[in-house]
Every structure is written in C-alpha cells, then in structure tokens.
Design a protein around this ligand. Structure first.
Ligand SMILES: C[S@@+](CC[C@H](N)C(=O)[O-])C[C@H]1O[C@@H](n2cnc3c(N)ncnc32)[C@H](O)[C@@H]1O
Ligand SMILES: Nc1nc2[nH]cc(C(=O)O)c2c(=O)[nH]1
Ligand code: SF4
Ligand SMILES: [Mg+2]
Length: 217
C-alpha cells in the first residue's frame, strides 16, 4: 500500500532538470517532520514549504499495489497529450524513500518511465533509480554520499559553517551541485546570498524554484 498526497503533471521547477515535463508523485509522510505546524519548531527540518500530510490532494489516494500506482502515473502522463518519449516521473514528498520500493520501480520501468527522486539523504537509495537529487538537512544524518545532484537549501546555518559545508560537499561524489535559496520571509536575501556564493564557488549553480515564479505546481 502506498499513500500518495498528490499526483500531477507539471514541469520540474528545480535543479538540473528544470523545465522538463514530469509527473510529480508526492508521497505522504516524512522522517524529519510530522507535517503538523505545531511540531515545526521542534522538528529536525523546520523550513519545509510543502503539505505532505494525508492523501487528500489532487490525484492523491491510497494505492493497494505497485501496478495500480504505476497505472495512475501513466494516466497522468497521457492526460497531457504527451507521447511515449521522455516519460519521466519524480517521486517526492514528504520523504519518498519511506515508500518507494523495488516493485514500483520495476512497474514504472516496464512502462518506459525514467525515475527521479527528491530525497533528504537520510535513507538508503534502492537500486534502479535513474536520477537522485539529495537535499541535505542540517541536524540530520546524511547517508547518501553520492548522487546525480545535490541541491542545498541555504542558509541553514551561519556563514562560516555554510562555507565549510560547501567545501565538504565539493570534495564528495555529487555530479551536479546547486544552491537553492530558502523560500520564506527572507527569500530575497537568501537569493542574493546564493548568487554571491555561486560566483565565489563556481562548482555550484543557482536553482530557483521556477514553478513558484510562473504559478504552476
Ligand atoms: C519538500 S522536499 C521533499 C523531498 C525530500 N523530503 C527532501 O527534503 O529533499 C522537496 C525539495 O524542496 C526543498 N525545499 C523544502 N522547503 C523549501 C523552502 N522553504 N525553500 C526552498 N526549498 C525548499 C527541499 O530541500 C527539497 O529539495
Ligand atoms: N514544479 C515543481 N518542481 C519541483 N521540484 C521539486 C519539487 C518538490 O516539491 O519536491 C517540486 C514541486 O513541488 N513542483
Ligand atoms: S525533509 Fe523534505 S519533506 Fe521532510 S520536512 Fe524537510 S523539506 Fe519537507
Ligand atoms: Mg515543492
């Protein structure tokens, strides 16, 4: 059984695949925050911009098995009028690795999908995922030490700690590195900081959340 908060076609708004057509499958639940506002201040991850509680979103629900969820993802892809090429699904959440398993990966590969995940990096990545984006969270135990993409939301600490964190990640096996300004009251300042850091440390590129700027999901 998979619990899905929402399932929708959109464009990837962030990181190396920004602009690419994708189905987003947002799983319910996270290991770093309950999702309840009253718990935010004491959560490991306190800046989350997403409602991932329950299964009441558009296209959400409880899916009894991998075949049923893969069918819903395929239906969402076909609903846009897209053909068989470049089929792409992004599993996010909440934390998708609490639910994504071998049966679902196999069912989607069987339908010709490339599979991407957005993960906080605290849970082992199963075999067969085509694109792993890890977004480390301060105060959590990062175990995903190599990935296609690291997307660090900043700032999560003071300036000196941030620069040493960047230096540490520059020495690790991440094939693309992005700084993403933290959305919230200080988005503008956070964006200016990210721009300065990308200029100073060219191994990093800027990831803006393009979907929010253009008003798509
Ligand atoms: C909602 S999370 C779900 C996937 C996974 N739990 C994770 O944290 O990577 C999806 C992406 O949004 C980023 N994100 C969450 N809150 C944000 C915020 N306030 N500003 C910018 N990015 C944010 C996360 O770091 C992650 O890269
Ligand atoms: N368009 C769009 N792109 C995204 N990239 C990562 C997202 C996420 O919430 O994981 C996201 C999202 O919620 N919408
Ligand atoms: S780890 Fe991801 S889903 Fe969980 S609270 Fe943080 S940003 Fe949100
Ligand atoms: Mg999002």
């Amino acid at each position: 059984m998979y619990t899905v908060k929402e399932l929708f076609p959109t464009l990837q708004g962030e990181g190396a695949h920004a602009g690419r057509a994708a189905i987003f499958c947002r799983f319910a639940g996270c290991n770093l925050w309950s999702g309840r506002e009253e718990d935010r201040a004491t959560a490991v991850c306190q800046f989350c911009d997403t409602d991932f509680v329950g299964s009441d979103g558009a296209g959400g629900g409880k899916f009894e098995n991998a075949e049923l969820l893969a069918n819903a993802i395929e239906d969402a892809w076909l609903s846009t009028g897209a053909g068989p090429q470049q089929r792409y699904v992004v599993f996010t959440g909440g934390e998708p690795l609490l639910q994504l398993d071998a049966a679902l990966i196999e069912a989607l590969h069987g339908k010709g999908f490339s599979i991407a995940i957005e993960t906080n990096g605290t849970i082992k990545v199963p075999k067969g995922i085509d694109w792993v984006c890890v977004s480390p969270k301060a105060g959590s135990d990062l175990i995903v030490l190599q990935a296609d993409e690291i997307k660090l939301v900043i700032p999560q600490s003071g300036h000196q700690a941030l620069e040493s964190l960047l230096a540490r990640f520059e020495g690790m096996d991440y094939r693309n590195r992005f700084l993403q300004p933290m959305d919230g009251l200080t988005l503008k300042e956070n964006t200016a900081l990210a721009v300065r850091l990308c200029q100073k440390r060219p191994l990093w590129r800027l990831s803006v959340q393009a979907h929010k700027m253009i008003g798509i999901r």
